[in-house]
Design a protein around this ligand. Structure first.
Ligand SMILES: Nc1nc2c(c(=O)[nH]1)N[C@H]1C(S)=C(S)[C@@H](COP(=O)(O)OP(=O)(O)OC[C@H]3O[C@@H](n4cnc5c(N)ncnc54)[C@H](O)[C@@H]3O)O[C@H]1N2
Ligand code: MOO
Length: 415
């Protein structure tokens, strides 16, 4: 059966081109720059005092000593935000606040704590070297400097830097728009009380949340009955999406008609069934150039399919460096008695053991039909197909969800 890595390859190979868009700075957090960004102006844009004190001409302070201080005549105050045009005359000092513009003529600032203000004037007890406590124009960023390269992730510190330079719109890789279509005659909207044999459609809000958390924009397309033509019609009309996710109807049952709907639409099937448990019957097709990924209907299986196959695709479209979940080595707390012909992705709680190693507690329910145990997991423990029973203490690959608050130790053998 197709391995996860092979399925990912096929999906990445047929991924839509990354869209680049300019977004307001306040919407750019977590996105990746699509182009280099250069500074349109220097930072700071004026020579700025780094301290509360007095701006002086350093030449005036030459020869000052504790016993023989230089006396400078005070000539007012420069608060931050209130620059002064007038040149500082020789023999004078002007009080200046942190962030204030150092006036023409002045070339240094002496801290308030180091001077004495007397009726005679401001006493300076040592020579103040040129540029002391002065941030010259462009000290932080030179005009025209390459500040952030294409591919750089925008975090809060980048938002601050861009705002400081007045860059209020940035070119980023756009959030993929992901259509979500749930299929199943048994589904009613989550706000309705299910009738006999019916269930609430939890996959639509659940998968929408997965998309949003992974950086995409979910577009909930609604629910389709298990009728080939109905599903085909809804897939055909799904406009404005970069890719489409369906849930349910991909197994072998009489009403599992998602693949049939794709076939009558003339879609090209990339794969059906991947070595993932839960979530084996996942399928992918290309419909009029657009990827349609059919996630398994069992909510826990849909989540696992998403984490393994859709997440790397969204990471790629968002221009991120790491595709998919963070991988590490973990040590099983419990034995795994049941292995399968497909790779099992066990729900696990990852935590650091006494020696800092990642331990994996897999004691929660693992059946595909159980959803609640997903809420106790912050990782997957990967049990390869045909691995045979594994004892407690066996080392396996762990895939860590974002909330897995564990220190990832370096691979064994490293210093
Ligand atoms: N004879 C076989 N039967 C099944 C096989 C098989 O190989 N042979 N595979 C099983 C496996 S494994 C899985 S996983 C499921 C997957 O089937 P589908 O992906 O086609 O999903 P459905 O049958 O439509 O639904 C499965 C399950 O999930 C519930 N569901 C569906 N949609 C939603 C939703 N939007 N919100 C909440 N719950 C949903 C649905 O009611 C079913 O209980 O097939 C096995 N069968
Ligand atoms: O895919 Mo089913 O959930 O593999 O058990």
């Amino acid at each position: 059966m197709l391995r996860v890595e092979e399925a990912c390859e096929l999906l990445l190979h047929r991924a839509p081109p990354r869209r680049v868009e300019r977004v307001p700075l306040e919407d750019a957090l977590g996105l990746v720059l699509a182009e280099d960004v250069h500074a349109p102006e220097p930072l700071p844009a004026f020579a700025r005092s780094g301290m509360d004190g007095y701006a002086v001409r350093s030449a005036d302070t030459l020869g000052a000593t504790r016993e023989q201080p230089v006396v400078l005549r005070p000539v007012g105050v420069i608060p931050a935000g209130h620059p002064r045009e007038a040149e500082l005359a020789p023999g004078t000092a002007v009080a200046i606040m942190t962030g204030g513009a150092v006036p023409p003529g002045a070339d240094a600032v002496i801290r308030l704590e180091e001077v004495r203000v007397t009726p005679e004037g401001v006493l300076v007890f040592r020579p103040v070297p040129p540029m002391e406590n002065v941030a010259p124009v462009g000290e932080d960023v030179r005009e025209g400097e390459l500040i952030l390269e294409a591919g750089h992730l925008i975090r809060p510190q980048e938002i601050n830097l861009l705002a400081a330079l007045g860059i209020l719109e940035v070119p980023v890789f756009a959030r993929p728009r992901v259509g979500i279509l749930s299929t199943g005659d048994e589904l009613v909207p989550a706000h309705q009380t299910p009738g006999p044999g019916q269930i609430r459609n939890s996959n639509s809000p659940g998968v929408a949340a997965l998309v949003r958390a992974a950086g995409g924009v979910p577009i909930v397309l609604g629910v389709a009955r298990d009728v080939t033509e109905v599903i085909a019609g809804m897939l055909r009309e799904a406009a404005g999406c970069d890719l489409i996710l369906t849930t349910g109807g991909v197994s072998v049952g009489r009403f599992d008609v998602v693949r049939e709907a794709l076939t009558i639409l003339g879609a090209e099937q990339l794969f059906w069934r991947v070595s993932i448990k839960p979530g084996t019957p996942v399928c992918a097709s290309v419909l009029e150039g657009r990827l349609v990924i059919g996630l398994s209907g069992n909510p826990a299986a849909a989540i696992t399919d998403f984490d393994l196959l859709v997440r790397p695709l969204l990471d790629h479209l968002l221009g991120r460096r790491r595709l998919g979940l963070r991988a590490a080595e973990g040590v099983l707390d419990q034995p795994v008695l049941k292995t399968a012909g497909v790779t099992r992705y066990l729900r696990a709680r990852a935590y650091n053991g006494p020696d800092g190693e990642i331990r994996l507690d897999t004691s929660m329910a693992q059946r595909a039909g159980v959803l609640s145990s997903m809420s106790h997991a912050n990782a997957y423990a990967v049990v390869p197909a045909h691995a045979g029973p594994l004892p407690a203490g066996a080392r396996v690959r762990a895939l860590l969800l974002d909330d897995a608050d564990v220190f990832v130790p370096p691979p064994r053998g490293d210093v």
